[in-house]
Design a binder for this molecule. Structure first.
Ligand code: PEP
Length: 268
């Protein structure tokens, strides 16, 4: 079954308000003419810019370009209450988010997020009308000790544990080797494909082949306009979660177009 590729830009803690708005407007301009049916696109700005960008997206209607959806970079699992500094799912839905990145390695590393917490966040996303982009990946030490498959498999199983099979169908998984994030050292297409294939096989074992065939699995980790096409040429790689390169409208557009080209079945 053909899966529509999905490219999401994780802006992390970057840009000021006017740069953020300009980046989105420039992207809309550059994506004109690209067919929505070939690629799904989202940007994940810092929380404080979400409503302004949502307003901008609502009032502009670029002719022919794919709709740019909004995602948050994180989300707390409680609905409301005394959780100073946190942002709840209903707030994100309220300002127009469709997606929430959950379990990014920077959250796991710097904010001590573990799989128990991430599993609750993934389930809560559905309660609040958001689609999770669940990030998984091994550290360099784990790869060097041949633990990649077992680490990613156990993250996958733990982080999806509270979902129904119908919910799993609409999860986006982002395989992001920690050693590849922001380092300029992307996984080779073959290395990434090997892990993506294992993720899909694990989903098939647990939820059935049909579910496993519709789940989108993005690769993330130093994806650029130079390597995106080759990485996404792999059969189980359904797009990319892009950090640094998503801040550059030219590079991000090239990555999105590479995904659309894969979907359109064009030759290299
Ligand atoms: C990310 O933040 O999810 C990421 C993949 O970053 P980069 O593309 O900069 O490696």
């Amino acid at each position: 079954m053909a899966r529509k590729p999905f490219i999401a830009g994780n802006w992390k803690m970057n840009l000021n308000m006017s740069e953020a708005l300009k980046l989105v407007a420039t992207l809309q301009e550059k994506l004109k003419g690209l067919e929505e049916k070939h690629v799904a696109v989202a940007v994940c700005p810092p929380f404080v810019y979400l409503s302004k960008i949502a307003e901008h997206l609502l009032k502009t209607n670029p002719s022919g370009g794919p709709h740019i959806a909004l995602g948050a970079q994180n989300m707390y699992f409680e609905k409301a209450g005394a959780f100073t500094g946190e942002v709840a799912g209903p707030m994100l839905s309220d300002v127009g988010c469709k997606y929430a990145i959950i379990g990014h390695s920077e959250r796991r590393t710097w904010f001590a997020e573990n799989d128990a917490l991430i599993g609750k966040k993934v389930a809560a996303a559905y309660t609040f009308g958001l689609l999770p982009i669940l990030c998984l990946g091994e550290t360099l030490a784990q790869r060097e000790q041949n633990q990649t498959m077992s680490v990613v498999k156990s993250q996958l199983e733990a982080d999806l544990a509270l979902l129904t099979p119908a919910q799993v169908e609409t999860v986006t998984i982002a395989y992001e080797p920690v050693w590849a994030i922001g380092t300029g050292k992307a996984a080779t297409p073959a290395m990434a494909q090997e892990v993506h294939q294992m993720i899909r096989a694990t989903l098939a074992d647990k939820y059935g082949k049909n579910v496993s065939q519709v789940v989108r699995i993005q690769y993330g980790g130093s994806v650029t306009d130079k390597n995106a096409e080759e990485i996404m040429s792999q059969p189980d790689i359904d797009g990319a979660l892009v950090g640094g390169a998503s801040l550059n409208s030219d590079a991000f557009t090239i990555i999105i177009k590479a995904a659309a080209k894969k979907a359109a079945g064009e030759k290299k």
